[in-house]
Each structure stands twice: as C-alpha cells, then as structure tokens.
Design a protein around this ligand. Structure first.
Ligand SMILES: Nc1nc2c(ncn2[C@@H]2O[C@H](COP(=O)(O)OP(=O)(O)OP(=O)(O)O)[C@@H](O)[C@H]2O)c(=O)[nH]1
Ligand SMILES: [Mg+2]
Length: 373
C-alpha cells in the first residue's frame, strides 16, 4: 500500500538538522500513513552517512542523493516523482517551518475533497516572520510584492516553502514548471492552467536551527527568471517570443551584410540579398537549435539532417523573400525597407514549416526508427 502522504525535504548541508526535523515529524504525524523523502544534493558535510543510517533503520524514511546537481525546486520535483502517495508535503530541513500545522494541512484534504493546495503562510492571520532579520524580511516582502504586481496569484505568501499538494496537481503541472531556483510553490501555481482551490494556514516562521542559509544572488536571479518566464508566457508563448528574438538577430545580421556587400562593396542588389539571406538563415538555425528548441536540440547526424531540411524549407521561403524584396525595390521603395520586408515574409514561412518538420517530425521519426532497430 502506498503511503497517504510523502513529506519531501530538500537538503543541502543540513547534517545536524536532519535527525531533528525527522523527530519533529514523528511526533506530529504519528496518526497518518506517511513517509519522508530527503532529497540531498550530495552535501559535503556528512549528510549522506546520516541519511543512510536513518534509511536502514526506519522504513518510513527514504533518501535521494543527487550527484552533480543543485537546486531546491528541482530536488522537490524529483522527490515527488519518486513517490506513489496521494499527497505531497514540502518543508525545509532547518526547522523554520512549524510542523505542528502540518496535520491540519493534511486533514484539510480529507475534509475538502476538491482542495488542490494547503499553504503555510507568514502573511495572514496569526502568521509572522519570527526573528528574521530586518534585511531578510525586506527582501522577502519586495519579492512578494513583485510577484503580486506581475502575476497576482491568490496566495498571501506565494514564496512559502511549506505546503501540501494533491498528486493530480503535480501531474498536471510538472512538464510546464521551470524547475529552477527556490520558489517551487510559485512554479506550481503559475504552471497550472486552471483556477486552484487553496487554503491557507498561518504559522510563525522560526529562526534556522543549525547550518547556514543557501539563499544567494544566483537564487535571486533564478527568481527573476521565473517571474519573467511566467509573465511573458501569459502574453505570448515563450517559444514564439524566442523565435522572434532569434529572427530579429538574423534580420540585423542580414541588414549588416547588405550594408557591407551592397552599399559598401557595390555588389548588385539581388546578389547581395541572396548572400545575406543564406548567412542569416544559417545563423537563425544555430540560435534556434541552441535556444528556442533546446529541449529538442538536434545533435550529430540529426543536426546535419536538420540543417539540410531547414535550408531546403528556407530555400522556398528565400525565393519568396528575394522576389518580394526585388519587386519592392524596383517600385522605388528604399533598399533597407524592401530588404527587411522580404526577410520578414520568409521568416513567417520558416517558423511555421520548420517548427513542424525540423524540430518535431524529424526527431520523432529518427527516434522511432532507432527503437524499431
Ligand atoms: N537539495 C537541495 N536542497 C537545497 C538547496 N538549496 C537549499 N536547499 C534546502 O532547502 C531548504 C531551504 O533553504 P534555506 O537556505 O533555508 O533557504 P530559506 O529558508 O529560504 O532562507 P533562510 O531563511 O535564509 O534560511 C533547506 O532545507 C535547504 O537545505 C539545493 O540546492 N539543493
Ligand atoms: Mg531556511
């Protein structure tokens, strides 16, 4: 029988805190069918030995040791993916979260079958920031306000690292999460396409017991990435925005080459337009393969095949591009406008067809062939 609740605790250099947090969970979760998974990023402080000892002794304790990887959110995702429970609870190892609230959060799912998320909050009811330094309180409040301004989640404490969610919500959102940084709750909420039923549970934040905070500039930057990704993603698909940016860089390169070849070099307009189009085409392929379609990035033989297919697809787009640019230039339209319009028309064709053929159909056809072998 799978446990009803898996408590996921991401750890990095928390050797002293691990047995303490486990003792606290044992004290409050006795009545539930539960297990705990510590997801440790190969801490160099002896955490692995402590975890191994606990796992050998106690059947409700598991540990995942991630080698060569870092990240709180990614660690939590891995912990959830390793579990067959119906509910996942996430909390820190450093005893800052009040575990005595956890049973109430779990009970809420029994009481309310449609509940998606139970969130521990420091910013409503009798919740509070405890003895956190003024500086840390300010950072947390500014980050919370930024989220409120840009994304407006219905939570009073969207930065909370203390929450319980239903498995179904994890399954619905896991492929859309950024999986970066500390803000796993925000990542889940912003990756959901429906309105979530949530309930908040105020608690007083405590000071860290042992060890040091892992919050640093990189974590701050990862938080900004999450906000931008999710804000932009609500207006236009991120992939399309990236494709347009890659296209704009190709357009700049194209115009630069036109300036050099046609204006300065004295090459006939059509010849210069052909050369600039070819170079911009290759540059666009490289950027899109590395950035826009990085999840389906083509490598080795598939890369060569993809580039060939891309060039063939773009050749048709290039003919339309050159013809329209030449037509406009003949009509007395300024060279730069005629050239840019031709390139734009070609770009729309390239996006539509290459997305389908080069980065969707080609990789899936080659991978299914290699499976058949
Ligand atoms: N697996 C894993 N866990 C991490 C990583 N970074 C932090 N953690 C854990 O995530 C939890 C929260 O990290 P903290 O450093 O306490 O961050 P915080 O609570 O937001 O900040 P403070 O209030 O300053 O402590 C702790 O249990 C850490 O051990 C990481 O890269 N990988
Ligand atoms: Mg902490």
């Amino acid at each position: 029988m799978p446990p009803c609740v898996t408590v996921i605790i991401p750890t990095f250099r928390e050797r002293e805190n691990i047995p303490l947090v486990l003792g606290r969970l044992d004290a409050v979760l006795g009545d539930f069918d539960w297990e705990v998974v510590f997801v440790d990023d190969d801490s160099d402080d002896g955490s692995a030995a402590v975890l191994l000892g606990l796992c050998r002794e106690l059947p409700h304790v598991r540990a995942i040791r991630r080698i060569g990887r870092r990240g709180l959110a990614a660690a939590c995702i891995e912990g959830m993916a390793s579990s067959s429970a119906a509910l996942f609870a996430v909390m820190d190892a450093d005893l800052q979260h009040d575990e005595t609230v956890l049973p109430k959060m779990i009970e809420a799912f029994r009481r309310e079958p449609g509940l998606d998320l139970a969130v521990g909050t420091r910013y409503s009811g009798c919740g509070g920031m405890g003895n956190w330094s003024k500086g840390r309180q300010l950072v947390s409040r500014v980050a919370t306000q930024m989220e409120k301004l840009l994304l407006r989640t219905p939570l009073s404490d969207p930065m909370s690292g203390f929450f319980v969610l239903r498995r179904e919500l994890f399954e619905e959102t896991v492929h859309s999460m950024t999986g970066k940084g500390f803000k796993i709750l925000l990542d889940i909420v912003l990756s959901s396409r429906r309105e979530l039923r949530t309930e908040e549970f105020p608690y007083e934040f405590r000071t860290r017991c042992h060890g040091e905070s892992k919050l640093d500039v990189v974590v701050g930057l990862e938080y900004l990435y999450l906000l931008v990704d999710k804000t932009l993603g609500r207006l236009v698909p991120v992939r399309f925005a990236l494709y347009v940016l890659a296209g704009l860089s190709g357009l700049l390169l194209h115009l630069l080459l036109m300036g050099v070849l046609f204006r300065a070099g004295g090459l006939p307009f059509v010849n210069a337009q052909i050369a600039a189009t070819l170079v911009a085409m290759i540059s666009n392929f490289l950027i899109n393969n590395a950035v826009t379609f990085r999840a389906q990035r083509l490598k080795g033989f598939t890369f060569a095949l993809g580039l060939t297919a891309y060039m063939a697809i773009c050749a048709l787009g290039a003919i339309v591009n050159v013809q329209s640019a030449d037509y406009l230039y003949d009509k007395g339209i300024p060279w730069w406008f005629a050239s840019a319009t031709g390139a734009m028309i070609g770009a729309v064709w390239n996006y539509a067809v290459s997305t389908q053929i080069v980065w969707t159909w080609l990789p899936s056809m080659l991978s299914s062939r290699s499976k058949i072998k």
